[in-house]
Design a protein around this ligand. Structure first.
Ligand SMILES: [Fe+2]
Length: 212
């Protein structure tokens, strides 16, 4: 892959309509100090009910064509860095950054050599949903406060993950770049699907529906 491929439309696209219901619901969850958080792949999570998600007109419309699987708030600890990786079974998701009060960076990148990456930053705007290309290598670095992100994925990816897990129970949903085998698998997946990827299909469809 060449450096020219690291441009926003290959990595993410924002929805025009701002969040109203989900952002308020998540705020209440975050402010509730008595709530338990569950550990999940380096994050702590809390699920967001489907009935809340579907109150957002844009998400409800997307759900008619691409069925939503699960939605959650992901919490990342202060001074935590999520390594460069592509998600094996999550082809695309919809994210919204909930913490706009401190510094954190979400980067999409291409490996330059053994030591470094070229990158492009997703600068999250407040109350804004982004369709996120999980097959493009990405990394997150968080600074002085807890970072909260709303994230939801799609049923087709969940089915793909389940099928693969039945044939190889040792595979995890996500692998990091210190695991050569899975890095190569993820990299192949990133390169092989092209215009047929869920991200490409979603991108094309939201454009045709005037949602972006
Ligand atoms: Fe990821």
């Amino acid at each position: 892959m060449s450096i020219e491929t690291i441009k926003s439309e290959n990595c993410y696209v924002s929805l025009k309509e701002k969040s109203s219901v989900v952002v308020d619901y998540c705020k209440k969850i975050i402010e509730n100090k008595d709530l338990l958080w569950y550990s999940y792949f380096g994050f702590n999570i809390n699920l967001v009910p489907r009935k809340i998600v579907l109150q957002e007109p844009a998400l409800a419309k997307i759900n008619e064509k691409f069925t939503i699987n699960r939605a959650a708030i992901l919490m990342m600890e202060p001074y935590q860095n999520y390594l460069w990786h592509s998600d094996l079974y999550r082809d695309a998701c919809i994210n919204m950054l909930l913490s706009c009060d401190h510094t954190s960076h979400c980067l999409f990148g291409i490996k330059k050599d053994e030591q470094s990456f070229h990158f492009h930053e997703l600068k999250y705007a407040p109350s804004t949903f982004y369709i996120f290309n999980n097959k493009f290598q990405h990394s997150v670095i968080n600074f002085e406060q807890k970072r909260y992100l709303f994230s939801m994925d799609f049923e087709c990816c969940a089915k793909k993950g389940k099928a693969q897990n039945q044939t190889d129970k040792n595979l995890r949903e996500q692998r990091h770049f210190d695991d050569t085998l899975h890095r190569d698998m993820a990299f192949k997946a990133q390169n092989s699907e092209g215009g047929n990827s869920l991200y490409s299909k979603l991108h094309e469809w939201v454009k045709s529906e005037n949602l972006i």
